[in-house]
Design a protein. Structure first.
Length: 423
């Protein structure tokens, strides 16, 4: 798509992973035809920005075998817990299941009726789970039931409506059959079909028509939807890390290629974090030297921001610079946030994040509206503030939290306890 800083290209790496060859190729391409780096998106894709020579970029991607095959173009986004094969706490192999699912969807005509934003989540559970991700269709590995997956629709691991439990071998036919039955006799909207917001009765009728034998929607432990901090997503032989705002410079891609050559592919996650199958303090120090975030204590760890006015016609503020200023202004609230502490959105679209954050800034005409414990679409508590005034107020609120916060109280709970007027 065209943006204010050139064209934007998104790539869907197979199995949500990049091997050493791919990383080296991306580094060259980012330097030659983009803005000198890439960005991991919140659907675990790779984004190139600032592309001006489209044909050259496409030719280079084809040459590096980084461009998706035409037969895969219609397959909806399949977001997987890409460390399920190395996570000892995982309940199921999400990678293998997702491969079979994508193969089945390639053969199905129904994908043409789906919206561009249609998403499937395949969650193997464990430390690197995806319980918080909202999706049209979820497949969650059940704790204590090896090889059994819960099929659910329209939500995260808690809010999605469960339909059935399936053996892994039955999942591809059940998912493609469900989509086919939902579409059958009901022309999708102009922008394509999504299951989120669809009449639950319609989905239930579609599920009842499936030829696959379904057990009752089972009871069984499902991974909760909380986002684990980086420290929790760490095993004896694997490490989770991230880069500020998901941005990885080309030089760093080259260093990650060397890491991948030794330890295997770098896996991508939809919170813009990465996983490598290696552990230990020496590795964490190596990643720190590359500018990576390896601890939730890092001021960059719990902030998000879109590109803002630097690369988007809708943005009117320097979102990333302001996100850092806000993060430094509220160290205690940031540490006490139960999820993302600060999200700065250049406009109300919330491209970087639509879910709630402890503090959300929404740009409007060079100023900000500020939402507490909500997303960009929520009603703001403060409106029309200059960036410097937002920072000043957040610093004052952080002092109030130190003075008046209760032991163990989260930032969101503190704000909720006092209410918008007191804030």
């Amino acid at each position: 798509m065209a943006t204010a800083d050139g064209h934007l290209l998104r790539l869907r790496p197979p199995d949500s992973a990049l091997d050493a060859r791919m990383l080296r190729a991306l580094a060259r391409i980012a330097d030659c035809v983009a803005d000198g780096g890439v960005r991991v998106t919140r659907r675990a894709k790779i984004e190139l920005r600032g592309v001006t020579a489209i044909r050259d970029a496409m030719a280079r991607l084809d040459s590096a075998d980084l461009r998706e095959a035409r037969r895969d173009a219609g397959v909806p986004d399949t977001i997987i817990s890409a460390a399920s094969d190395i996570d000892d706490n995982a309940e199921g192999d999400a990678i293998t299941l997702a491969r079979g699912l994508r193969a089945a969807m390639r053969q199905s005509d129904v994908t043409a009726a789906l919206a561009d934003k249609f998403a499937l989540v395949v969650d193997g559970g464990g430390r690197a789970h995806l319980g918080w991700i909202d999706a049209d269709i979820r497949l969650d590995a059940l704790a204590g039931r090896p090889g059994v997956w819960r099929l659910a629709v329209a939500g995260d691991s808690v809010s999605a409506t469960p339909l059935a439990c399936l053996a892994a071998c039955d999942v591809p036919a059940a998912v493609t059959g469900l989509m086919t039955q939902v579409v059958a006799g009901n022309p999708p909207p102009d922008r394509g079909l999504r299951l989120r917001g669809l009449d639950p009765a319609r989905i239930a009728r579609a599920a009842a028509q499936l030829s696959v034998s379904l057990t009752a929607a089972a009871s069984g432990a499902i991974t909760p939807r909380i986002e684990y901090p980086l420290e929790r997503r760490r095993g004896a032989n694997w490490q989770s890390f991230a880069f500020p705002f998901g941005r990885i410079e080309s030089r760093t891609l080259g260093e990650l290629a060397r890491l991948a050559r030794t330890h295997g592919p770098i896996r991508l996650f939809p919170d813009r974090s990465l996983v490598v199958a290696a552990g230990g303090e020496a590795l964490r120090e190596r990643l720190r030297r590359l500018g990576a975030i390896v601890s939730s204590a890092d001021p960059h760890a719990s902030i998000e921001a879109c590109v803002g006015q630097r690369g988007c016609a809708h943005g009117s503020t320097d979102t990333r610079a302001h996100a850092l200023l806000c993060s430094h202004a509220m160290p205690n609230l940031r540490a006490a946030a139960s999820g993302t502490a600060v999200h700065v959105s250049g406009c109300s679209k919330g491209c970087a994040r639509r879910r709630p954050a402890a503090v959300t800034l929404v740009g409007r005409g060079g100023r900000y509206d500020v939402v507490f414990a909500g997303g960009p679409a929520a009603i703001p508590s403060w409106t029309g503030l200059a960036p410097a005034e937002v920072v000043q107020r957040l610093a004052a609120l952080d002092r109030a939290f130190v003075e008046q916060g209760r032991s163990g109280e989260s930032a969101e709970a503190f704000v909720a306890r006092h209410g918008p007027a007191a804030v």
